[in-house]
Design a protein around this ligand. Structure first.
Ligand code: MOS
Length: 757
């Protein structure tokens, strides 16, 4: 085995590697779900309910049916059977909106699909959908923003399984809070946020005899296959899901949504391929959102800054039927040392489509609240907020009572402080100026879960000196194609651009969800084992083939590196190329299979596994025109070994951009009259764009976490969004003297600032 040092210089792992799929994307030849066309294909457009609560009393389809090119107007009476799906053991059958489309005539949220127009062209289908007349018996919808928890049992069912509402408890948090010399008691609110990946959700469904093939932009093709098999009463092997490229998802494409079975049912009914592309407006209604949260945080501390009590009680909204759980307390129980703690949640039903996971689900709104509370406590104690965190650094995960596999949070803070120049900070509000602008500085910490899902992979070594890796996972824009190639290249020495990558197809070995920032960590052991097994076959062939230069050797004497077979003791020699070995044996290829086990199945884990990080933020404030801008961000991330620093930096930068949007721009507003999300387009739902974003300084600590896999890689998709909003609101307070505890920060919040230029 080469030493780590040798690996670092010769292996592509840790090397800035341009994306292997980049040329396909920039040339427009990458095939996204809605790019696939088939002969005779029909287009479907759903009819959206224009009320958020009530019942469909009449559906008049007569005019629509007579329109040119219209093949059918499908609804509850004529669409055919769509079954419910259900949970199974492990991760079987996960979905946020469980009710199949058209199951009853009740409308529970605005935009719920009530009919489906199918026509020869998209334009005809859209015109027909618009011509369907729906009559309702309407109730007043409940989209009230103030949240009070409904009556719920102590053990609830959430998206991923059951959960205790009393999430974590130790000591006596109430008593310790009551007697604490210093107290903080505040409520933090985060609004509904809607995922806005550039690629719209879309399904193309094809029935071929009893085989159903689906092109869908899914973050989890195997789960989608299982759900569709249940909904259409098919064996799983009769359903194939294909997702070659995803134009991002942020969680909105983790679980199937109702447009997908609608397209499948239409294709079944009409005997033709059917394509259904959801509109941007529909994406605000029927494909999930981050729920509104209201989080009550109470901190008790000694006067020298040691936490004695932490209580985190939160409520979030959910739909009328569904059970999404947004785990805002995910990081609360372990991020700081505190002897007395309680984390508890409740939920409130509203007439909205089902919320779902959105980048850093739970932890992102959760850390906004708890990190904001830490910043406010630091100000109250007149202690530097970095110092307050150092004072409360835990030795172990006090929630799970387990050591951390790898935690370098304090080093994140130290490196961030140095890079940012934090020692120059004057804590007095409005005291720091530059170029006529008032500056505000703020920080916050970050954490996100790390672990592995089960995964399987196949690797081929081929007679032209190339390799192929196959794993039924997805690349949602994060760089999974490239990482799969890097992993095989690392083990074989076959150059990255000579490794073909196949993913996004349920006919491949079952790969993990592209979610939870867990795909990379999950696939490493499977791909490494598959590669090792392919190499073992190759070495056997090298010794067993008549005339081979290794005919007299045992496979154990040989090694495969830099694409060549060597005698281990003669490593300096030339060796024999992969192609020569296979050609001599008249073989096109050798293959190996490998598997990763899920860490989540381990009933007795030895370690608490998480990634950590922090953000240092500067804002500029112009009181004359109430203009607040983020002017500088330094982010330091401890996410294990970084396999591809180029793609990794992209992930963190993208998350920080999204964090600027979260803190200052993004919020979905529901009309109290009809329950419609009223800013359901990219003009009115404002996200951060280039002009909102300064130069971002991202730094990785790069400590391998070997608990997770042989590379020591954890995930990086989500952690960059954790904490950033709290750092921005802290910086905003420092500049303006205004505490904003309800996101996003609005200009009108800042008009009370007494900081003058
Ligand atoms: Mo992520 S919210 O698990 O796509």
């Amino acid at each position: 085995m080469p030493t780590i040092q040798e690996t670092r210089t010769t292996s592509p792992i840790g090397r800035k590697t341009p994306r292997v799929d980049g040329p396909l994307k920039v040339s427009g030849t990458a095939m996204y779900a809605s790019d696939f066309h088939f002969p005779g294909m029909l287009y479907a457009v759903p009819v959206e309910a224009t009320i958020a609560s009530g019942r469909v009393t009449k559906l008049d389809t007569a005019a629509a049916e007579k329109m040119p090119g219209v093949r059918a107007i499908l609804h509850r009476e004529n669409i055919g059977k769509i079954f419910r799906s259900t949970f199974g053991p492990g991760l079987e059958g996960l979905i946020d909106e469980r009710r199949p489309p058209f199951e009853d005539d009740i409308v529970r949220y605005y935009g719920q699909y009530v009919a489906l127009a199918v026509a020869d062209t998209f334009e005809s289908a859209k015109a027909a959908a618009d011509a369907v007349r729906v009559t309702y018996a309407e109730n007043k919808p409940n989209v009230e923003t103030d949240l009070e928890a409904d009556d719920d049992p102590e053990t609830i069912v959430g998206t991923w399984g059951s959960a205790e509402r009393l999430e974590s408890e130790r000591g006596d948090a109430d008593a310790a809070f009551a007697s604490a010399p210093v107290k903080l008691d505040q409520t933090y609110v985060t609004p509904v946020e809607t995922h806005n990946p550039i690629e719209l959700q879309a399904t193309t469904a094809i029935w071929d005899d009893s085989m159903l093939t689906i092109y869908e932009e899914s973050q989890w093709i195997f789960n989608l296959r299982g759900i569709l098999a249940q909904m259409f009463g098919l064996p799983k092997e009769s359903v194939r899901v294909i997702t070659k490229f995803v134009g991002s998802g942020f969680g909105s494409k983790l679980f199937p949504w109702t447009h997908c079975p609608l397209a499948v049912a239409a294709a079944r009914q009409l005997g033709k391929p059917v394509k259904l592309v959801v509109s941007r407006k529909m994406m605000f209604q029927t494909t999930g959102h981050r729920p509104r949260t209201q989080q009550h945080v109470r901190l008790g501390a000694t006067s020298d800054g040691k936490l004695v009590s932490l209580q985190h009680d939160y409520v979030y909204h959910r739909s009328m039927l569904d059970n999404h759980h947004d785990d805002c307390g995910e990081a609360t129980a372990f991020q700081y040392s505190v002897p007395n703690l309680r984390v508890k949640f409740g939920r409130a039903r509203r007439n909205v489509g089902s919320p779902t996971d959105m980048r850093g689900p739970g932890a992102v709104p959760g850390l906004y609240a708890t990190e904001s509370a830490m910043n406010e406590l630091a100000d109250q104690l007149k202690i530097d907020p970095v110092r307050l965190r150092i004072l409360n650094e835990p030795k172990i995960d006090e929630g799970k009572k387990l050591p951390f596999s790898s935690r370098h949070y304090l080093e994140c803070l130290q490196v961030g402080a140095e890079k940012f120049g934090w020692s120059q900070r004057n804590p007095e509000v409005g005291s720091m100026k530059r170029d006529g602008l008032t500056l505000g500085w703020g920080i916050a910490g970050a954490a996100w879960i790390a672990g592995r899902f089960a995964a399987a992979a196949n690797v081929e070594l081929r007679d032209d000196g190339t390799a192929r890796v196959a794993c039924g996972t997805q690349d949602i824009g994060t760089g999974t194609y490239t990482i799969l190639a890097q992993l095989v290249s690392d083990k074989t020495g076959v150059p990255v651009d000579k490794v073909e990558v196949a993913l996004g197809d349920t006919s491949l070995p079952e790969g993990p969800v592209s979610g939870g920032s867990l795909a990379t960590g999950s696939i490493v052991p499977a791909v490494f084992a598959a590669t090792d097994n392919a190499i073992t076959s190759l070495l056997q062939i090298a010794t067993a083939t008549p005339g081979s230069p290794f005919e007299k050797r045992k496979p154990d004497d040989l090694a495969f590196e830099r694409g060549r077979v060597f005698v281990k003791t003669e490593k300096t020699g030339e060796g024999v190329a992969l192609a020569d070995i296979l050609k001599r044996a008249n073989l096109r290829l050798v293959t190996g299979s490998g598997k990763s086990e899920a860490t989540f199945d381990n009933p007795k884990p030895k370690f608490s596994t998480h990634s950590f990080g922090c953000h240092f933020v500067e804002v500029t404030w112009q009181p004359e025109i109430a203009r607040l801008r983020v002017s500088r961000v330094v982010t330091v991330i401890d996410a294990g070994r970084i396999i591809n620093p180029l793609a990794g930096r992209n992930q963190i930068e993208g998350a920080v951009v999204m964090g600027i949007g979260m803190a200052m721009l993004e919020h979905t507003t529901y009309d109290p009259q009809n329950g419609a999300p009223i800013n359901s387009n990219l003009a009115d739902y404002v996200v951060a764009v280039n002009a909102d974003v300064p130069k971002l300084d991202v730094h990785f600590l790069d400590y391998p976490d070997l608990e997770l896999n042989a590379v020591g890689a954890r995930g990086i998709g989500e952690i960059g969004l954790a904490g950033i909003a709290a750092a921005i609101t802290a910086a905003t307070y420092h500049a303006t003297g205004v505490r904003v505890r309800e996101l996003p920060i609005k200009i009108e919040d800042l008009l009370t600032s007494t900081v003058l230029s």
